[in-house]
Each structure stands twice: as structure tokens, then as C-alpha cells.
Design a protein around this ligand. Sequence first.
Ligand SMILES: *Cc1c(COP(=O)(O)O)cnc(C)c1O
Length: 385
Amino acid sequence: MRKIQMVDLKGQYQQIKQHVDQSIMSVIESTAFVNGPEVHQFQKELEDYLGVKHVIPCANGTDALQICMMGLGLKPGDEVITADFTFAATVEVIALLGLTPVLVDVDPVTFNIDVEAIKKAITPKTKAIVPVHLFGLAANMDEIMDLAKLHDLYVIEDNAQGIGGTYTSKDGTKKKTGGIGHAASTSFFPSKNLGCYGDGGAIFTNDDDLAHMIRGIVNHGMYVRYHHDVVGVNSRLDAIQAAVLRVKLPNLDTYNAKRKEAAKKYTNAFSSIENLITPTGFCDAENKSCSSCDCHVYHQYTLRVISADRDALAKHLNENDIPCGVYYPIPLHLQKAYVDERYNDADFKVTNQLVKEVISLPMHTELDDEQIDFITKTIIKFVTQ
Ligand SMILES: *Cc1c(COP(=O)(O)O)cnc(C)c1O
């Protein structure tokens, strides 16, 4: 059996090596290393793929979130609601800009931000909601957009884990994640579903004015060379990264299909194991048009371990050369950087429970049946002993 990796970037590279090497070499020959034609081409290709009007490439997914908030003109004192159960980048940029983060609990089935909790957290100071399409599953965008409309709020989708995923609205329309809110951010960190070979990110929006604003912000607030109209940042995509992304983007649907295939095999293997809860594949299982499609792109395949020892299972897997991860081990409202007396621990029941139960299994485009079989059998044997 091939050695099991959490993410097998090398195996994936072998399949596209010739194209990637050629693309990188041609950037080096061109010496257009930052922005330039390669980045511009990638931008166009990603706009077409996503069906959004504007893609603005930038340096990483954290910058992308920050720049969305800058572009929307959020000001210190403005409250921004996001999920307690996510990667820290989401809340980090809110705090960094002097905005007030308002963390709320998540849904135990989808792991995504709980709409009822958002409703309770809205105040006259609330300016934006940042749903995260966690682990590759779209948040409940219908209800979030309705709430935003009602209270005149911006919605910024953190699509770092959801690229290529779809969201099915109640009326049956399907949209790619990242094209639903007022703006969205994504990350091309190597291990993401569309990863480059270094850092990279992008902002998406259908709003022409916002796109214009953001194009200046990513480049020192310049709209005309050496005229600085707003305070900006330096956040650009390297052409070498764009060259890699241009090779990988046409494969993104195939890559996500392979992830779904692996997820299906995991879920089938665990279907009769009572102390494991497998992830839902649906962004809204009660919605008839959703419950027949598969929206999840499985950035992570995350189990809940019930009435068995999650940490002991993780240790056992590692001892058997099966990598695994706990995303995330600590709720954000309990992280030292983000503790705040405004929070009441009792309002975070689900997150507090999930951090004790979740375990993410190897998930990538190169998993084979023999590996999946070994992983599932090792887990089942351990939790049923
Ligand atoms: C990876 C990630 C980010 C940050 O992206 P970087 O490119 O690493 O800065 C933000 N939000 C979520 C949910 C992520 O998973």
C-alpha cells in the first residue's frame, strides 16, 4: 500500500507535472513575475468558471477577507458576525481592522454558522455577516441573504474551503459558492481544493464599484499610478502561482469529484457504526432541490466521534501511519486573542461539543481503495472494540 498522506500534493503534481513545469518556465522567461498577463488570464478563467463578474487576485486568503472588509468601507466599532467554529483567519482580520467580531454558534449537522444565532446577535451596530463554507459545504445562504436584506447588512462569503462547491436555493437555482454574497474571499494555499505552490488568494464580487475599489486597495490604494486615493495594502498574486493555478483550474471539477468519491466510500463504510456521525453531503437536507444533489466538495472529511475517545482514536491512527487532524480543537471565543466578556459560554453549546468530537480523515485527490479500506477498517475496529 502507498503511504497515506493527509493531502497528497506530490501525487497530484505527478499527473500534471509537464504542464506545470512548462507554465512556470514560461513565466520565468517572460519575467512578468507579479500580476501581468498570466495573472490576468487566470483571473478571466476563474471569472468564467465561477460565473462571477469580478475576480481580484491577491496574496492569500486572509488578505482577501481583510480587503473585502476594507473595500466595503467597514469602520472601527462596526460589528461583524461570524462563526465560532472556523479557522482563526476569519475573526483575525475583523479584529485587525478594529471592527468588533461577534462570534456565534454553529449548526451540529452542517458545522456551519447557525442562522438563529445570527438573528440573536444582530444589533444596530451590525454591518456584516461572514459565513464560512466550512470543510467545503455551503452555509445556509438563502436565509443569510434574507437576513442581510432585512437588516441592510453585507455578506462576505469565506470560500477558502468551498471553491467549486454549489449552493442550491429553495427555488432550485444553483450557484457556485462565492458568487452569492456581496463579496467573497478564497485561498489558494497548497492544501486547499484549488491550491497553488505557495500563497495565493482572491476576492470575488458581482458589484462593479466594489471591484474597482478593491483593485486599488490591493495595490497601495492606487487607481492612477502614484496617485494614492485610499489607504491600501500590497497584496498581489505572483505570476508563477497563477501559472500553476491555470493548469489546475480546468481540473478542479475532477479533483472535487475525486474528493466526493472518497467521501462516499468513507461514509458507506461507516454507515452502520453507531458511535460515528458521518458528515452530511447537503447544504440543506430539508430543501427538496438540494437533497438530490451533492453540494459538498469535502475540503475536509470530518467525523464526529460519539461515546468513544476521539483523542485516543487520533493517537491510534497516527500509530498506524494514518494521518488525521482535529479541525478545530478550540472554539474561537475561548482563544486568548479573542476572549471577550461579551461572550457567554452557554451560547456556544454546539461548538464546545464539536471541538471534543471532530476528527478529519485523509482527504485529497489521490486516495485509492486500498488506502480507504485500511483507514476505515482501522477506525471501525478501534471504535467498536
Ligand atoms: C485557509 C483559510 C483562510 C486563510 O487563507 P490563507 O491563504 O491561508 O491566508 C481563511 N479562512 C478559512 C476558512 C480557511 O480555511
